[in-house]
Design a protein around this ligand. Structure first.
Ligand code: IFL
Length: 462
């Protein structure tokens, strides 16, 4: 497997960066970040060629078999990977590929589809992808399509007396399904909708997104935590589990992002209060390592010791909200997993540090955290850690026509699955490139990314 393909130098750098190697190992020669950025760009271009050849206009490529699959509506693809790739292509200066993607969207992408789409996924992937592509090139058609799609999603909010979106909406009829939802699916709209409000002059989008977040925040327990599950009809929590992990994660990201993007003071205060409560009642040490297992939202008692890879984003968020030390500690917990398993398992038991699942979803959250922490102090260590993450992905997930999720990380070599999730095109390759390239196309001081890594501020055009 992958370890066999690591050079002695990269192994030493990786161990040193993980805090697991002797002092002398840290003296390894400085990495050539520009060369690594060029490698990321070339891999992205190569994978794009695979998508063009085997899955053009489809939602997701299956890069081992060269087939494709739908993501939103079975049998009716919406060019998901293409839309997700657009701003990454632009940032990397792959201008012909970017223009071909924009042309496809303008000629082919219609949301007048008699089929159900998951509201949360549609917003972060398609509305966000179209807005960032619009911000990259200024084409008004892209903005019009983002607005058209967001308007269709608003039906899901209208269906709730509390303004909490139901989980699915029929894009054509506006019929909704499944009110049993969660914090992530009711509270991950304010960045895309807020930018849409700015670009269209219609403040409804921002207000609707903020109202849904406020509803849940108003129901925090005495110790300041929210349960992760909520019913859009009753507006009441339907579980006792407080989580920074799946079902809640991006709700917390969007509080801070709304402060950074729009200067919203309420969102800043909520982000600070939620983080303080999470550090007080969810942060737990197991063998000295920091984890955030699910706890009872009223008592803080640990409910289970599972933690998914997706929770790694929280290391970056802790740093952004002002808890850099805890962010570094939490990143170190995942860094140790990376050093132990080669690829961070999809889910582990924090008490035993053993994988709970053998599959992985080709996940971006660790690289996301490295970028967010690096943006705070530009410490080279985060680049080194992201470089290990990138090289491990390249060693394990590269297939005939692109990059794939893994079926089993415990075999030697690891066993590949056959699917490239749409977020791969928007997230980790962009994180690596931003970390390694110092690209002039981005104003790093202004950079704002959505949970799906769509650039909502910070492009440098012309
Ligand atoms: O869609 C991605 C996004 O980062 C998110 N949740 C999970 C996905 C990646 O793992 O908010």
């Amino acid at each position: 497997m992958t370890f066999a393909r690591l050079t002695r130098r990269s192994t030493l750098v990786s161990l040193a960066a993980a805090g697991l190697a002797p002092e002398w190992a840290a003296a390894a020669p400085k990495a050539d970040w520009k060369a690594l950025a060029a490698d990321v760009r070339s891999e992205f271009q190569w994978a794009w060629q695979g998508y063009v050849a085997k899955a053009w206009g489809k939602d997701e490529i299956n890069p081992v078999s060269g087939t494709s699959q739908s993501f939103f509506v079975e049998g009716h693809d919406l060019g998901l990977s293409l839309v997700e790739a657009l701003d990454t292509l632009w940032i990397m200066g792959l201008d012909a590929e970017f223009q071909a993607g924009v042309d496809w969207v303008k000629q082919n992408l219609s949301f007048d589809v008699n089929g159900e789409a998951q509201v949360f996924e549609t917003n972060i992937r398609l509305v966000g992808g179209l807005i960032s592509a619009h911000l990259a090139c200024g084409d008004p058609v892209l903005l019009a399509k983002a607005k058209d799609l967001a308007d269709r999603l608003l039906k899901a909010f209208d269906a709730s007396p509390h303004g909490l979106p139901w989980r699915y909406v029929n894009l054509k009829t506006g019929a909704v399904r499944d009110p049993e939802t969660n914090l992530a699916e009711i509270g991950t709209y304010i960045t895309e909708f807020g930018v849409l409000s700015q670009l269209t002059g219609d403040d409804r989008y921002f207000k609707i997104a903020k109202r849904a977040m406020k509803h849940a925040l108003d129901r925090r327990s005495k110790i300041g935590l929210m349960a992760a599950n909520i019913d859009a009809r009753t507006g009441e929590f339907t579980s006792r589990s407080a989580s920074i992990d799946v079902y809640a994660d991006s709700f917390y990201e969007y509080l801070w992002d709304a402060w950074e993007l729009f200067g919203d003071e309420d969102c800043k205060r909520w982000a600070q209060e939620c983080t303080a409560a999470q550090l007080a009642h969810q942060a737990k040490r197991y063998d000295g390592r920091l984890w955030f297992p699910m706890v009872d939202f009223e008592t803080g008692a640990v409910l289970n010791t599972a933690q998914s890879e997706l929770a790694a984003y929280y290391a970056g968020l802790l740093g952004q909200v002002g808890h850099k030390k805890e962010g570094d500690d939490y990143l170190a917990s995942f860094t140790e997993l990376q050093a132990t398993f080669g690829v961070i398992p999809e889910s582990i038991d924090v008490a035993t540090r053993q994988p709970r699942r053998k599959t992985t979803g080709l996940r971006p959250e660790y690289a996301d955290a490295c970028l967010n922490l690096w943006l705070l102090d530009r410490d080279e260590r985060y680049r080194q850690l992201a470089a290990i993450h990138y090289r491990q992905m390249k060693a394990t997930s590269r297939a005939a026509y692109g990059y794939t999720a893994l079926k089993d990380i415990t075999t030697k070599p690891m066993t590949q699955g056959d699917n490239c999730p749409g977020y791969w095109w928007s997230e980790q390759m962009k994180y690596y490139y931003l970390l390694f390239s110092d690209t002039p196309r981005i104003d790093y001081a202004k950079l704002q990314l959505s949970t799906e890594a769509n650039v909502l501020r910070g492009f440098r055009r012309g």
